[in-house]
Ligand binder design. Structure first.
Ligand code: HEM
Length: 499
């Protein structure tokens, strides 16, 4: 029979064991960090490490707080792996620019292995595959007019499609989410797969919804990257990601197969055709290379995903900020009218519209659509800020900590486009404005993204006045975390401009 005396003895023993184990863990942790000169950081908990210390809804904010405590370079034990976090501009510059050759790798992770298998562009480490695929992608996209006036024509077709779709609501409330994503997606989709879709195409809407859901789940499921055993659970987010991934992969394989069957070297229709030509050319020459029917899908998926998600999310944020700050919207519309009268803007008008450009930059800064870069990794043993960083350590740069750093931005939580204008009213881009990251792995699509953001935003502002639906309270400006930070669902009313 267990008596009260036994019970309290048992508890005291338990407490003592726990205390000794904790002390031991602390000593081992301190010793390891000191002996190997590892960056400082919180100790965390057994098994899960520092995962519970990060706010699930805003891990970049928890990392910013930790950075303020531990400095520009700190380390988090996350499940089974060490992660070095770069906090603030100086640390990111030191790692990604000064030591760019060392920190241009990508780590292997459960989720990125599922999606890319170490191939493609975005999740490939810096190796021959990466060089070949990135160089090919850039030159192939350029051959389809990427970034040129032909690209502007493609973007404007989608801008006009979006305007038409919005007009149909005749000022009544609607959720812009699907319309914006469909329009932005059509741009990159038509270049890669040679197809675009109507806003009411139900199959395409499903595909985009599943794609979006996976982007969200990848954020929530990312614990699996740090505790890989979670992938074997018969339930949970990883299983959902897997199911969605299989669906998207099947759709992509079908499209590639159709292209392969109808391929005609004298009629190159799109990116896939050009890629197939490259595979065949290399096969004929008997040349070993990274071009094959597996990698074509990985690269197409990379470009489709990053080309759609970030840009569409930024446009959605811009609408949300405009309904929140109607005076800023009015000032934009005045600038547009003073410079252009009634006509729609073109990309050549951009230098004459500094307030429009400054507002887009402020949306990018405030919203920080990618608050953490894709993970990098150290390609060799190295030193950073006097700390030892072992080869293959995962490195995350906290862009949020830079874009919201009160040292660089006065009242960073205030939405104030003027911060990007100098005393002559001209746009000035501060060095620490890095929404596209920096260094060797910086965004490959920054120039075209800027063109898309300008044309969509300026044309929407020129055509409509956006308000929040009457009688509703102001929507939240707190984002939803996934791979990107996106707005919570919101509705707008688009009133035709009365000038
Ligand atoms: C507003 C829009 C966009 C933003 C804010 C953005 C931002 C970023 C960021 C922060 C990264 C990670 C860089 C790093 O790991 O250090 C990235 C990577 C990348 N982005 Fe973008 N991006 C945008 C649009 C685009 C577009 C339109 C494309 C075109 C297809 C694109 C293609 C890529 C690619 C391929 C990478 C991977 C580069 C590499 O690993 O070497 N992005 N982007």
């Amino acid at each position: 029979m267990i008596t009260t005396a036994h019970m309290s003895l048992f508890s005291v023993t338990q407490i003592l064991v726990a205390a000794v184990l904790s002390l031991l863990a602390f000593v081992v942790y301190k010793h390891r960090h000191k002996r190997y000169m590892l960056p400082p950081g919180p100790m965390g908990f057994p098994v899960v490490g520092c995962i519970p210390l990060l706010d699930k809804a805003a891990p970049y904010k928890s990392m910013t707080d930790l950075g303020n405590k531990y400095g520009g370079v700190f380390m988090l034990r996350m499940g089974t792996r060490d992660v070095v976090v770069l906090h603030g501009y100086d640390a990111i510059k030191e790692a990604f620019i000064t030591k760019c050759d060392t920190f241009k790798g990508r780590p292997r992770m459960v989720l990125s292995d599922l999606i890319a298998g170490g191939r493609g562009i975005v999740f490939s480490t810096h190796n021959e595959n990466y060089r070949e695929q990135r160089n090919f992608a850039v030159s192939a996209l350029k051959s389809f007019g990427w970034g040129s006036s032909a690209f502007e024509v493609k973007v404007m077709r989608e801008v006009n499609g979006l305007i038409e779709a919005v007009q149909k609501f005749e000022g009544k409330p609607f959720d812009p989410f699907h319309y914006v994503r469909n329009s932005v997606c059509n741009i990159i989709f038509s270049i890669i797969f040679g197809r675009r879709f109507r806003h009411d195409d139900q199959d395409f809407r499903n595909l985009l919804t599943i794609h979006y859901r996976n982007m969200r789940l990848c954020g929530a499921a990312s614990a699996v990257n740090f505790i890989p055993i979670l992938q074997y659970l018969p339930f949970g987010n990883f299983k959902r990601v897997l199911k969605n991934h299989i669906y998207l992969r099947t759709c992509q394989i079908e499209m590639i197969e159709k292209h392969r069957q109808t391929h005609n070297p004298t009629d190159i229709r799109d990116f896939l055709d050009l890629y197939i030509q490259e595979i065949e050319m290399r096969e004929k020459k008997g040349q070993a290379s990274s071009f094959d029917y597996d990698n074509i899908r990985r690269v197409a998926n990379d470009l489709f995903t990053v080309g759609t998600e970030t840009t569409a999310t930024t446009i959605l944020w811009s609408l949300l900020y405009m309904i929140t700050y109607p005076n800023i919207q009015k000032r934009i519309q005045k600038e547009l009218f003073d410079v252009l009268g009634d006509r729609l803007p073109t990309i050549d008008d951009k230098p004459k519209l500094p307030f429009v450009e400054a507002t887009i930059m402020e949306v990018q800064r405030s919203a920080s659509v990618l608050p953490l870069t894709m993970p990098h990794c150290a390609m060799e043993d190295t030193e950073l800020y006097g700390y030892h960083i072992p080869k293959d350590t995962m490195v995350m740069a906290n862009l949020w900590s830079v874009l919201h750093d009160p040292k660089h931005w006065e009242n960073p939580e205030e939405f104030r486009p003027e911060r990007f204008l100098n005393e002559n009213g001209e746009v000035e881009k501060p060095e620490m404005f890095i929404p596209f990251s920096t260094g060797a792995r910086m965004c490959l699509g920054d120039q075209t993204a800027k063109m898309e953001l300008f044309l969509f935003f300026a044309c929407l502002m020129q055509t409509f006045s956006f308000t929040r639906p009457e009688g509703t309270s102001p929507p939240t400006l707190v984002g939803k975390t996934g791979i990107t930070l996106s707005p919570q669902p919101f509705e707008v009313c688009a009133h035709p401009r009365v000038r």
